[in-house]
Write a protein that binds this ligand. Structure first.
Ligand code: F6P
Length: 365
């Protein structure tokens, strides 16, 4: 087996696409260490800035040494960019067929496969490339944890840590001043990050896109807390939290509302409503991209390394067309066609939501 592996050179393209997150480097390192450790001869083509690198043929030849010392580093040594799936099949500003260009570069470099690290949009394009006949293995990254087919994505636990620390810091100052504080957590479409950081940080109210809120219920919770002697309230709000009223709008109507909205984000709208209706002093904190930054937490280092190692083994075995995922505590291979185009969301009737409610956390519903 080893002798066979030594014979043929494997030419591997690698890219990181979409919003970055912690542990991208750890995952790539896991892949490359596995290949190098198998004594498989490899050539690694690192495409720069996501699919853009593959489209325009921007790449760097990498060796095992390039993946040394990056386990703990946040960001991605390859750079990343958003290349929306919606327009991937449209020609670029110079009339270039982007999909054809990716296939051409893959063939020109005689690649055996592409290792693609990304979230939802990235997986749609990865599946398209698979349909076009390219060998693709993907790894699930995103702080949102919203990829279908895997219980966990790397980056998520690190982001939970950062968002939780933000809530922890707000707790002390909120208590000193007896204020209502909103901490806005990332997640436009799904609320996993807000839900977990909210519980971990002891938030009193958690508002997520999957559970539309009623502002009067949010206010009632604040008032009940005060009646019971609490001087402050912490509200964890997902970027995509939505009121019951707005949830009734069509997508188009809601987009129009957002365009004419005087508030920079939903948190400021909620703050203004609470202030107006109760006269209370409200502050909003937005940790923003700090949630995607810094070193991966130990969980993510281990998790991303494991996924990377499994991807490396799949490449050695010539198994393509899968995302390496995690289900029921096992690493699994999920067909790309099953992953692409699906979103994993918080189930409002899941036990974690029930347990949060049992502890008195309000979801404003
Ligand atoms: O996809 C991850 C994510 O961090 C979301 O949680 C967030 O809403 C979005 O990306 C921010 O995107 P950008 O970095 O393009 O501003």
């Amino acid at each position: 087996m080893v002798a066979e592996a030594e014979e043929k050179m494997k030419r591997i393209g690698m890219l990181t696409s979409g919003g970055d997150c912690q542990a991208l480097n750890a995952a790539m390192r896991g892949v490359v260490k596995t290949l190098v450790n198998s004594r498989q001869k490899v050539e690694i083509y690192g495409f720069l800035d996501g699919y853009r690198g593959l489209i325009y043929g921007n790449y760097r030849m990498l060796t095992g040494n390039d993946f040394s010392g990056i386990l703990t580093k946040g960001g991605t040594i390859l750079g990343s960019s958003r290349t929306p799936f919606k327009t991937i099949q449209d020609p670029d500003e110079n009339g270039l067929d982007k999909v054809a260009a990716m296939i051409k570069n893959y063939q020109k470099l005689k690649l055996d496969c592409l290792v693609i690290l990304g979230g939802n949009g990235t997986h749609k394009t990865a599946n398209l490339l698979r349909e076009k006949g390219l060998n693709v293995v993907t790894l699930p990254k995103t702080i949102d944890n919203d990829l279908w087919g895997t219980d966990m994505t790397f980056g998520f636990q690190s982001a939970v840590n950062v968002a939780t620390e933000a809530i922890d810091c707000i707790h002390t100052t909120a208590a000193s001043h007896g204020r209502v504080f909103i901490v806005e957590v990332m997640g436009h479409k799904v609320g996993f990050l807000t839900l977990n950081a909210g519980i971990a940080g002891g938030a009193d109210i958690i508002l997520i896109p999957e559970i539309p809120y009623d502002i009067n219920k949010v206010i009632k919770k604040i008032e009940d807390r005060e009646k019971n002697g609490s001087r402050f309230t912490i509200i964890a709000v997902a970027e995509g939290a939505i009121s019951k009223q707005d949830a009734k709008l069509t997508k188009k109507e809601y987009k129009k509302k957002l365009l004419n909205n005087p508030y920079p984000s939903v948190s400021y709208e909620i703050a203004a409503q609470i202030q107006e209706k109760t006269g209370r002093e409200i502050r909003v904190t937005v940790p923003g991209h700090t949630q995607r930054g810094g070193s991966p937490c130990p969980y993510d280092r281990v998790f991303a390394s494991r996924l990377g190692a499994e991807a490396g083994e799949m490449i050695l075995n010539g198994e393509y067309g899968f995302m390496v995922g995690y289900k029921n505590r096992e690493i699994v291979k999920v067909p790309l066609e099953d992953v692409a185009g699906k979103l994993k969301m918080v189930d409002p009737s899941s036990t974690i939501v029930k347990e949060a409610k049992l502890m008195g956390i309000s979801f404003g519903d």
